[in-house]
Design a protein around this ligand. Structure first.
Ligand code: GDP
Ligand code: MG
Length: 163
């Protein structure tokens, strides 16, 4: 079986945008079971001759901060169970938020290999925004832009290195 990569993070950081850039047209399964924990999309990624399954989590937007946080937590738990490598996606524009801290804590306890991707680094001026994310202690954060596709190759290098 292929190794499994999961993308986790709070809503709107750009998980689905980066997921789509990674899979191209290799969409595998869309789980349409109702409910917040089973809302997951599976695709296939390939980089430097290495193939992997990749999961995009958390597409449903639910109103209410408590419910959103609960769903982020459940998705992170499932990712920890299923994935060999977890991409923890954050937003350079927003910086580190309380929800990010919570997810980071769970991921830290899991002991799984983590790659921190900092999305929305759309221009050179924003590249310094990634430094704050060293604070998680998961190693070098990778700046990416889902809008422009920049940094996605570096992110894939970092993922494949940990597979
Ligand atoms: P998800 O909820 O984490 O899956 O995030 P989405 O991929 O749905 O993206 C959330 C919003 O952020 C959408 O409006 C995207 O167009 C926008 N977005 C995604 N990537 C980028 C990026 O690199 N730069 C900017 N400025 N916006 C982005
Ligand atoms: Mg999404």
């Amino acid at each position: 079986a292929r190794p499994v990569v999961a993308i986790v993070g709070r809503p709107n950081v750009g998980k689905s945008t980066i997921f789509n850039r990674i899979i191209g047209d290799r969409l595998a399964i869309v789980e349409d079971k109702p409910g917040i924990t089973r809302d997951r999309i599976y695709g296939i990624g390939e980089w430097n001759g290495k193939a992997f399954s990749i999961i995009d989590t958390g597409g449903i937007e639910i109103d209410g901060e408590d419910v959103i946080m609960k769903s982020i937590r459940m998705q992170a738990e499932l990712a920890i169970e299923e994935a060999d490598v977890i991409v923890f996606m954050c937003d350079a524009k927003a910086g580190i938020t309380q929800s990010d801290e919570e997810v980071a804590e769970m991921l830290y306890r899991s002991g799984k290999p983590i790659v921190v991707a900092v999305n929305k680094v759309d221009n050179i001026g924003r590249s310094e925004l990634i430094y704050e994310f060293y604070g998680f202690g998961f190693g070098d954060p990778i700046g990416v832009s889902g809008s422009h596709g920049t940094g996605v190759g570096d992110l894939l290098d970092a993922i494949v290195e940990k597979l």
